[in-house]
Design a protein. Structure first.
Length: 133
């Protein structure tokens, strides 16, 4: 009986949270319309800030984190099969170190990639395009 209650209650809780999010967002929009905001103003308020540059390396970061987390779990499994007693803190630290290693490697890969792609300021790019024409 308990094996049915836990997943069911988890699903119901997630559905309730999602519903509350949607309903509250709708109420905020309706309140803004009642106060005289135009649809363009409402969309500007509720949209993400488009001026922020999208992190094009987030997939790399998450992939590296999942890969090295898996490597950490494999190492923990390897150490677990040894006859020596290894503490849980040591096992946890192996996983934490592997995640930290993934983030460091990702940082250096992105830094090297950005160094290779020297970004030309927009004013210089416009001047070089106008001189070619």
């Amino acid at each position: 009986m308990a094996e049915i209650i836990v997943p069911t209650s988890l699903f119901i809780t997630m559905a309730i949270v999602f519903s509350i999010f949607i309903i509250s967002r709708h109420r905020e929009k309706m309140y803004a319309m009642e106060r005289g905001m135009t649809p363009e103003m409402i969309n500007a308020v509720f949209q993400r800030d488009k001026s922020k540059q999208k992190d094009k390396y987030s997939t790399l970061k998450w992939g590296m984190m999942f890969f090295f987390t898996g490597v950490g779990f494999v190492l923990v499994g390897y150490f677990d099969t040894m006859d020596r007693h290894i503490s849980d803190e040591f096992k946890f630290s192996i996983i934490a170190i592997s995640i930290g290693l993934a983030l460091l490697i990702t940082y250096f890969v992105i830094d090297k990639k950005n160094e290779q792609q020297k970004i030309i300021p927009p004013t210089q790019a416009n001047e070089s395009n106008s001189s070619v024409s």
